[in-house]
Design a protein around this ligand. Structure first.
Ligand code: SF4
Ligand code: SF4
Length: 316
């Protein structure tokens, strides 16, 4: 119960990542860098500050962050407003966050023990029981904090709470093995079937992910698979066919639903707060024709005998 994790957010009453009403924990740290990631605050495996320029009162009227910062020349201002933090010099001490009176500096990541998380989780036990819900751990990448996730899920199972692991499965099998005994349901993505294209858009190849999915399919866990459908990255016929072939030939009938997640421009403000470029800035799309295409992809999977839907809310 003393096991600690670094968590960016604990969200109650979620309905999209697993069945029923759920509490979802988003963990910090991820080995992938997907261009379309909507949670850039989850990428680094440590606590860090974010900057929200529009909330800054101004250096002239306040300046408390500069006074509090123990490093020289880390905080930059433009027309009086805090605009950025030099991440090479910043030690992540968060003295600026503590000093700021106006929410212009946000703390990305908090350390919590398993017991602290369980206090939050227990609040909604009645909702889980009535709705068939439970707890989902997502990220970031939960495998980066596998000991914490295993301890948390063990505590959930001891209290009869359903557990769902949402992971990219880019990680060592031995980390997955720690968590699997306490996991009821798996959610994972297939982002691209071609190794090189996968690496180009996510920073890593797909071999480890596909191998781990095959191994999980060899257990008795059910899997919800997802494809984040990204225009001109993975929505072509050859990739969709290869994905269907893999699901049918390599995953042993364990995929209970394939969910298609249509690309959305999300998280741009968070990228800005972290001083990171948004990788999908160049994408312009006609929403109506793109949604039509996503619908056609779903129809293709269903035609191949794979239960497929657009969106994350499970439909029976
Ligand atoms: S986190 Fe610490 S080092 Fe970084 S900018 Fe804030 S006060 Fe300075
Ligand atoms: S402490 Fe906050 S409000 Fe004050 S100058 Fe710094 S960022 Fe702006």
């Amino acid at each position: 119960m003393l096991q600690k994790g670094i968590i960016t957010n604990v969200q109650r009453f979620t309905i999209h990542d697993g069945p029923g009403m759920r509490t979802e924990l988003f963990l910090k740290g991820c080995p992938l860098k997907c261009e379309w990631c909507s949670n850039p605050e989850s990428l680094k495996p440590y606590i860090e500050p974010g900057v929200y320029e529009s909330k800054c009162i101004s250096y002239e009227k306040c300046g408390l962050c500069v006074e509090a910062c123990p490093e020289e020349g880390v905080l930059s201002f433009n027309e009086g407003k805090l605009t950025s933090i030099d991440r090479r010099k910043c030690t992540g001490c968060l003295a600026c966050y503590d000093a700021c009176p106006s929410d212009a500096i946000k703390q990305w990541g908090k350390i919590k023990t398993v017991e602290e998380c369980m206090v939050e989780i227990r609040k909604d036990k009645g909702y889980y029981d009535r709705s068939g819900g439970g707890v989902t751990v997502s990220g970031g990448e939960p495998l980066v904090q596998s000991d914490f996730v295993a301890a948390l899920f063990k505590a959930c199972k001891e209290e009869g709470i359903h557990t769902c692991l949402e992971s990219s499965f880019h990680g060592d099998w031995k980390e997955i093995q720690k968590i699997l005994p306490y996991t009821d349901l798996i959610i994972s993505d297939i982002k691209h079937m071609d190794r090189q294209i996968h690496e180009k858009h996510t920073g890593v190849g797909n071999e480890i992910i596909l191998k781990n999915l095959q191994r999980i399919a060899g257990t008795d866990r059910e899997i919800i698979l997802r494809i984040p459908v990204i225009p001109e990255v993975n929505d072509d016929k050859a990739n969709i066919k290869a994905t269907a072939d893999f699901i049918l030939n390599d995953l042993d009938g364990k995929v209970r639903t394939l969910q298609l997640l249509s690309f959305m421009r999300l998280g741009e403000e968070k990228y800005q707060s972290l001083g990171m470029p948004y990788g999908m800035d160049h994408v312009k799309l006609d929403r109506e024709s793109f949604q039509k295409k996503v619908g056609e992809i779903a129809a293709y999977f269903n035609h191949r005998g794979i239960h497929c839907q657009v969106g994350t809310k499970e439909k029976q």
